[in-house]
Ligand binder design. Structure first.
Ligand SMILES: CC(C)(COP(=O)(O)OP(=O)(O)OC[C@H]1O[C@@H](n2cnc3c(N)ncnc32)[C@H](O)[C@@H]1OP(=O)(O)O)[C@@H](O)C(=O)NCCC(=O)NCCS
Length: 256
């Protein structure tokens, strides 16, 4: 019997000392995070480097065309109480220096089946505390920004695009006509109906209800309204909502 030996396989090293074997998994198997990730709460911030330390049911994907340094320039900050049930953050071609902040989601029903896709330099996304989502896709590109407020309810199959994806040019002088001009902002306590599409340069004021199937294309600065349609316009003013069903609200079991 050898007193000491090291044996290598594709996934691990086996170190044997006096017959006692220790298996050391290689980094590839443990999963080194290709981007810069922090877990935070009100008290501390902790840098993590392994995929196994991400919240359960959360994935980070990086386009293989990004160099290691380019990929690492992207920062993802995740609150320690971020509740994910199927969240994927994708850093696609040319995505560098981008920031994504996912806040505490314990007070709402959590974040389910969320896909975030970023391309290009210096994008920024924040999903604030208590906002609930189910099947939302968020696309950011060309250094665009998207801020989603606190305690919002996102219904099913919602898409947010802070940039059009392709360029529209003046045929006469080649000037770009469709650049995003302002960040996409969704205020606090908004209820976004199912299958809504939110395009670039959009502002949705706090306490807004967006009707299902709407296409939101501009700024809505007045609070307590319902906006709906394609393109969305104001259909009601002076209204608010409660996340309970009508049944539970009438029974008096709601929070308000
Ligand atoms: C936005 C919504 C909540 C508003 O309900 P409401 O206040 O009762 O609105 P009303 O039914 O009185 O409609 C008012 C007007 O807006 C129009 N309208 C309502 N929702 C619309 C929509 N999504 N798109 C276009 N127009 C709409 C109505 O046709 C009506 O027009 P009219 O005055 O010309 O007849 C509701 O229409 C809706 O979209 N519900 C779905 C919410 C959802 O996605 N739930 C999933 C679970 S989270």
């Amino acid at each position: 019997m050898k007193l000491f030996y090291v044996k290598k396989s594709d996934s691990c090293w086996i170190v044997s000392v006096l017959g006692i074997k220790i298996k050391i998994k290689k980094a590839k198997e443990i999963g080194i995070l290709p981007i810069t990730v922090y877990l935070f709460d009100d008290i501390s911030v902790e840098k993590i480097t392994c995929t196994s330390m991400l919240p359960k049911n959360m994935k980070v994907c990086v386009d293989p065309r990004l160099t290691q340094d380019e990929a690492k320039s992207n920062v993802l900050k995740i609150h320690k109480s971020f509740r994910a049930r199927g969240v994927r953050v994708e850093y696609t071609y040319g995505c560098t220096n981008s920031l994504c902040v996912l806040e505490d989601s314990t007070t709402g029903s959590g974040i389910e089946a969320l896909i975030i896709m970023m391309s290009g330099d210096k994008n920024e996304l924040k999903i604030d505390k208590g906002t609930a989502m189910n099947g939302t896709k968020i696309f950011l590109g060309n250094g665009s920004k998207c801020f989603i407020g606190k305690n919002c309810i996102f219904s099913y199959e919602i898409t947010i695009r802070t940039t059009d994806g392709h360029v529209i040019l003046s045929k006469d002088n080649g000037q770009i006509l469709n650049e995003q001009k302002v960040p996409c902002v969704i205020g606090d306590h908004c209820w976004i109906g199912m299958r809504t599409i939110i395009n670039k340069n959009v502002n949705i004021a706090d306490n807004t209800i967006v009707g299902s199937g709407s296409v939101v294309t501009r700024q809505f600065d007045e609070q307590y309204t319902v906006i709906a349609g394609n393109p969305a316009g104001v259909i009601k003013t002076g209204v608010t909502f409660d996340e309970n069903t009508i049944y539970t609200y009438k029974k008096g079991t709601c929070k308000c």
